[in-house]
Design a protein around this ligand. Structure first.
Ligand SMILES: *[C@@H]1O[C@H](CO)[C@@H](O)[C@H](O)[C@H]1NC(C)=O
Ligand SMILES: *[C@@H]1O[C@H](CO)[C@@H](O)[C@H](O)[C@H]1NC(C)=O
Ligand SMILES: *[C@@H]1O[C@H](CO)[C@@H](O)[C@H](O)[C@H]1NC(C)=O
Ligand SMILES: *[C@@H]1O[C@H](CO)[C@@H](O)[C@H](O)[C@H]1NC(C)=O
Ligand SMILES: *[C@@H]1O[C@H](CO)[C@@H](O)[C@H](O)[C@H]1NC(C)=O
Ligand SMILES: *[C@@H]1O[C@H](CO)[C@@H](O)[C@H](O)[C@H]1NC(C)=O
Ligand SMILES: *[C@@H]1O[C@H](CO)[C@@H](O)[C@H](O)[C@H]1NC(C)=O
Ligand SMILES: *[C@@H]1O[C@H](CO)[C@@H](O)[C@H](O)[C@H]1NC(C)=O
Ligand SMILES: *[C@@H]1O[C@H](CO)[C@@H](O)[C@H](O)[C@H]1NC(C)=O
Ligand SMILES: *[C@@H]1O[C@H](CO)[C@@H](O)[C@H](O)[C@H]1NC(C)=O
Ligand SMILES: *[C@@H]1O[C@H](CO)[C@@H](O)[C@H](O)[C@H]1NC(C)=O
Ligand SMILES: *[C@@H]1O[C@H](CO)[C@@H](O)[C@H](O)[C@H]1NC(C)=O
Ligand SMILES: [Cu+2]
Length: 577
């Protein structure tokens, strides 16, 4: 039993249940290697009275959790028993000199073909908190995702009171339809894809949908205790507001980096982001129930899934009579769908701890500056077709007006073996080729260019990147995710970035450090990072629909001169295309 000392019992209606074997991570000495097997299979799953065949991992949805301590090596054998090509990304893991295991298909590896396997092998260095793993090809991450829990090193403690229990809470999106058919149809016709039918908490849509009362996530708590909720947004296309009725949350960590704690009733979490919060339960509540709820933040022009997922926070022992308590409980109030003012205020509250134990190593000088626009646009309709995107074109999305075309082979292999010819070019523009009033009246020509273009960075370059949203086809927040690095969010603001005034206001002392940041809708964000991890690193919008439309690019970070500044050669089981 000792191995399950810190087990959290979560009572869940339905077939979904898991426990948290936190103590299973405690080996007697320092860092260890943790072995996992992930088996990907087609399986029938029912939600909203709708049964579909979908990809699951180890028969679970969401998938199993990966638990390790900071400093541990993680070795995961992924076996693809499914008919699809698959690759898995360990989202937010820095992958220091282990870029072969990062996972985005056609960037760091060719996908694992049906019937094949690949062993991912990486060390978790200097990170602790919550991350996620997910498929990184087409829209397969709709059902292939799970939590990564990184505990502090053995005998190290949290910089906040030790929680009574720890609970992962994964937000997702459920489609009754097959998500591969949804995105393939969108890419074919040029129209926006159908939206999801429900949001989910740990795979369960909750009582606010038709035929889903038995699919409600339920968190059973004791009064007067502190719970650590590991929030993960694994939804495909939606930033979500989240709130637990009558409870205040304390944010303590974001993207596996501790932050200066702050309290909030409502959270915003973008796809790809993770947030650890402390939930202090009421001291005197013995048998009360409260709803927790999440629904989207959206400012764009298109359609979106405007529904609400709810779960139940239940004080006291679950009983059969409590099964239907959720009906009639008040929904917690959430900001308006387009609550940009709330979002600006909320994101402004994140600060690094920036103390001696957890310093914020913000680059104080900048070697290379970049300015990328981010947003939607159009691509031409093929001659023999009619398209259903804007004005008879196809929807596209771009960075600096370039819609990134995925190559047919992996960029990292092409780069490493010096075979870039015909695969990619190194002329990704560092600033827009045709500047315009980015958040004003959009230009008449909204056509994007396309290509497989990258930026090459010498080892140890300090980079400052300003990402500017555009109002082409509607201003929208874009959760920008960088692989292989955390970055510091040194500034953000509404409207157009002003290079003469805004840099003076940058926070170079305790900016938040993360791997995914929402580029403000109709605004800009400035990030800094030091390019000290050689490899090919994808950067993209974490809205799957925008990524499919081309909102993605890659950085190639060259080797340094010392042996420990070079990317080792690939493993022998690296998949072929
Ligand atoms: C909910 O009940 C329906 C009908 O009995 C069933 O098909 C479905 O699998 C249940 N959902 C879960 C998550 O158990
Ligand atoms: C993982 O990588 C380490 C370091 O390169 C190596 O020593 C180890 O053998 C690898 N393990 C597996 C299972 O491939
Ligand atoms: C919960 O909050 C609502 C809204 O603020 C309030 O009306 C209600 O009395 C609270 N309920 C409890 C049990 O504290
Ligand atoms: C909880 O109950 C105790 C004893 O009845 C009382 O003194 C205390 O004020 C209550 N606390 C709250 C927050 O209601
Ligand atoms: C979203 O749905 C709510 C009802 O649940 C409705 O009041 C609101 O107008 C909808 N918002 C949008 C932007 O469709
Ligand atoms: C947000 O939506 C509401 C209701 O649709 C609308 O009245 C308001 O103008 C919108 N606010 C912004 C800032 O777009
Ligand atoms: C890509 O750009 C080329 C011109 O460089 C153009 O002919 C082609 O139609 C574009 N393809 C797409 C999908 O936009
Ligand atoms: C359009 O032409 C392309 C290539 O010329 C062909 O592959 C495609 O099937 C055609 N589509 C339609 C709708 O005819
Ligand atoms: C479509 O074309 C019309 C007329 O040229 C123009 O006014 C409108 O802005 C265009 N819409 C989009 C979404 O590009
Ligand atoms: C850009 O557009 C905005 C919104 O229409 C406007 O307020 C601003 O003055 C414009 N800026 C320039 C430099 O034209
Ligand atoms: C864009 O279109 C508007 C209205 O059709 C026209 O007045 C304007 O001159 C065009 N601008 C450019 C740069 O072509
Ligand atoms: C990287 O550059 C900084 C100066 O910006 C220097 O202090 C540091 O030693 C360099 N690190 C490596 C690994 O070369
Ligand atoms: Cu986006």
């Amino acid at each position: 039993m000792a191995a399950y000392l810190c087990m959290v019992a979560i009572f869940i209606i339905g077939s979904f249940s898991w426990v948290f074997p936190e103590a299973a991570a405690s080996a007697s000495h320092g860092a260890v290697t943790r072995h996992y097997n992930l088996n990907i299979r087609l399986q029938k799953v029912t939600r909203l009275c709708h049964t579909k065949s979908m990809l699951t991992v180890n028969g679970k949805f969401p998938g199993p959790r990966i638990v390790a301590r900071e400093g541990d090596r993680v070795v995961v054998k992924v076996v693809n028993h499914s008919p699809n090509n698959v690759s898995i990304h360990w989202h937010g893991i820095r992958q220091l000199r282990s870029g072969w295991y990062d996972g985005p298909a056609y960037i760091t590896q060719c996908p694992i073909q049906s019937g094949r396997s690949y062993v991912y092998n990486f060390t978790i260095t200097g990170q602790r908190g919550t991350l996620l793993w997910h498929a990184h090809i087409s829209w397969l991450r709709a059902t292939i995702y799970g939590p990564i829990v990184i505990l502090p090193k053995l005998n190290a403690s949290y910089p906040f009171p030790k929680p009574h229990k720890e609970v992962p809470i994964l937000f997702g999106e459920w489609w009754n339809a097959d998500t591969e058919a949804v995105i393939n149809q969108s890419l074919q016709t040029g129209a926006g894809p159908n939206v999801s039918d429900a949001y989910t908490i740990n795979g369960l849509p909750g009582p606010l949908y038709n035929c889903s009362a038995n699919e409600t996530f339920k968190l059973n708590v004791k009064p007067g205790k502190t719970y650590l909720l590991r929030l993960i947004n694994a939804a495909l296309n939606d930033e979500l507001f989240f709130r637990i009725a009558n409870h205040t949350l304390t944010v303590v960590e974001a993207d596996a980096v501790y932050v200066k704690p702050f309290q909030t009733d409502v959270l915003l979490i973008a796809p790809g982001q993770t947030t650890n919060v402390l939930l202090k339960t009421h001291p005197n509540a013995t048998s009360a129930s409260f709803l927790m709820a999440a629904r989207p933040y959206f400012t764009g022009m298109g359609t979106f899934d405007n529904t609400t997922v709810a779960g139940v926070l239940q004080y006291g022992k679950p009983s059969m009579t409590s099964l239907n308590v959720s009906i009639g409980l008040p929904l917690p109030a959430l900001p308006p769908i387009n609550g940009t003012a709330f979002v600006a205020n909320f994101s402004g509250q994140f600060r690094s701890l920036a103390n001696s134990q957890f310093p914020a190593n913000v680059p104080q000088t900048v070697d290379k500056r970049f300015f990328f626009t981010v947003g939607l646009g159009s691509s031409p309709c093929p001659k023999n077709q009619t398209c259903q995107g804007p004005n008879g074109t196809k929807f596209a999305a771009s960075l600096n007006n370039i819609s990134f075309a995925l190559p047919k082979t992996a960029l990292l292999q092409s780069y490493f073996f010096g075979k870039s010819n015909g695969i990619y070019t190194t002329d990704f523009p560092s600033t827009p080729l045709n500047p315009f009033n980015y958040t004003g009246t959009p230009p008449n020509n909204t056509m994007v260019a396309n290509g497989t273009k990258v930026v090459v960075l010498p080892f140890n370059t300090t980079v400052e990147l300003v990402v500017q949203d555009t109002s082409i086809l509607g201003a929208e927040s874009h959760p920008l995710h960088l692989h292989g690095y955390n970055f510091f969010v040194v500034g953000q603001g509404p409207g157009n970035f002003d290079p003469s005034k805004d840099p003076a206001k940058f926070n170079l002392v305790d900016p938040v450090e993360r791997n995914t940041v929402g580029v403000p809708s109709g605004g800009w964000v400035a990030i800094r990072f030091r390019a000290d991890n050689p490899g090919v690193w994808f950067m993209h919008c974490h809205f799957e629909v925008h990524m499919s439309w081309g909102l993605r690019m890659a950085w190639i970070v060259l080797d340094g001169t010392l042996p420990n500044q070079k990317l080792p050669p690939p493993p022998s089981d690296l998949p072929d295309c």
